[in-house]
Design a binder for this molecule. Structure first.
Ligand SMILES: Cc1cc2ncn([C@H]3O[C@H](COP(=O)(O)O)[C@@H](O)[C@H]3O)c2cc1C
Ligand SMILES: O=C(O)c1cccnc1
Length: 351
């Protein structure tokens, strides 16, 4: 996948900072909201960008490695949750309604046929192979999954989405994301691998062993991203990465969710390094690997609510902060327009 991502408009970041410093408040007093507003200006190239409506893409796929007993739930839950998304009953449905999002659910590789016209059918293959035994998929399938994501993001942006949130559903995908992250990070599996959907302590050692075995078997090399993804990746993770590349190409800000999403962001970076310039980290998931992934991505999350769900839920919950950042620049008066005295010489300088 070749993405041509435009550089951030640094001069717009500076212009936004200067303008934010003229608003009727001590410089810097709105903290991260000021940074977010300036970052959004650099991404979009606009002093007063619109961030609504957000587009939420939830990619669903199954993972052969689930047969190793690495999740607290059976693999059937992936398909069952896809119907729940279609019926509007999942966490991401509730939060998407709250923020007025355009929400699309895409089957990129659920193991069973999904009979519901509200789910977008883009199945590349019915689940991956068990990567503890063989390659998860072919490089061509990994590329197809990237394109599914790319095209879906292009389409939801075409429909009006001004911010992209990318979520996922796939039983076993914390194992897959952990394996991918382990090849990018120096950290030991003991620090990367967590309980995912809630496995017991005893299963955690087994989950790590399965990953260790897969890494020894495949020796995956992130510098060859398609091969890397095909050996130990997942269809929804590839699609998420493709979606992020499409958003960045179009100067659409990407609000990251939790562990799986952040690993997908690291995957996207293997294809186009400056894709990360278009990302804001929404929250810190409790999954331990998420903090490691965020560090690699050099992103500081907006929220830390002890969430560990995925689906895009943490990003959707963080989205109102982007609305606040834009309300600040759009609606606040300047010192000049309100006739308020600026700080004296001893006052703190803006950043
Ligand atoms: C009912 C239910 C809803 C979910 N929504 C997201 N996930 C999350 O849990 C899964 C990853 O955890 P693991 O690797 O342990 O299987 C993914 O589908 C992720 O989106 C869910 C999990 C369950 C059980
Ligand atoms: O942070 C996540 O994305 C996450 C954490 C646990 C389970 N599923 C997803």
């Amino acid at each position: 996948m070749n993405a041509s991502i435009p550089p951030i408009r640094r001069e717009m970041v500076e212009q936004a900072r200067d303008y934010i410093n003229q608003l009727t408040k001590p410089p810097g007093s709105l903290g991260r909201l000021e940074e977010v507003a300036a970052a959004l200006s650099g991404m979009t190239g606009e002093l007063l960008p619109r961030v609504t409506p957000p587009g939420v893409l939830v990619f669903a796929a199954d993972h052969g490695v689930a047969e190793e007993g690495v999740s607290a739930y059976p693999a059937e839950v992936t398909a069952q949750m896809v119907y729940n998304f279609a019926n509007g009953g999942a966490a991401i449905n509730a939060f998407s309604r709250q923020i007025g999002a355009l929400l699309q659910v895409i089957d990129v590789g659920v193991a069973v046929p999904i009979a519901d016209e509200r789910v977008i059918q883009k199945k590349v293959r019915p689940g991956t192979n068990n990567f503890a035994k063989t390659e998860a998929m072919t490089p061509s399938e990994a590329e197809q999954a990237l394109y599914v994501g790319y095209e879906q993001a292009a389409s939801i942006i075409e429909q009006g989405a001004r911010t992209l949130i990318v979520g996922e559903m796939g039983i076993g995908n914390t194992t897959v994301a952990s394996a991918l992250l382990a090849t990018l990070s120096e950290e030991p599996l003991e620090r990367i691998v967590g309980k995912g959907s809630g496995i017991q302590e005893e299963m955690l050692a087994h989950k790590r062993d399965v990953i260790r075995r897969a890494l020894l078997l495949h020796r995956p090399d992130p510098a060859k991203p398609l091969e890397w993804l095909s050996k130990i990746g997942g269809l929804e993770i590839a699609a998420m990465a493709g979606a992020m590349l499409a958003a960045a190409e179009r100067r659409i800000p990407i609000l990251l969710d939790g562990f799986i999403c952040t690993v997908a962001a690291l995957v996207a970076r293997q294809f186009a390094v400056n894709v990360t310039d278009y990302m804001i980290a929404g929250h810190r998931s409790q999954e331990p690997g998420h903090s490691i992934a965020l560090r690699l991505l050099e992103k500081d999350p907006l929220l830390d609510l002890g969430m560990r769900l995925g689906e895009g839920s943490g990003a959707a919950v963080a989205f109102p902060l982007l609305i606040s950042a834009m309300a600040m620049v759009n609606e606040m008066a300047t010192f000049a327009s309100a006739g308020i005295s600026t700080a004296n010489a001893k006052g703190e300088k803006g950043r």
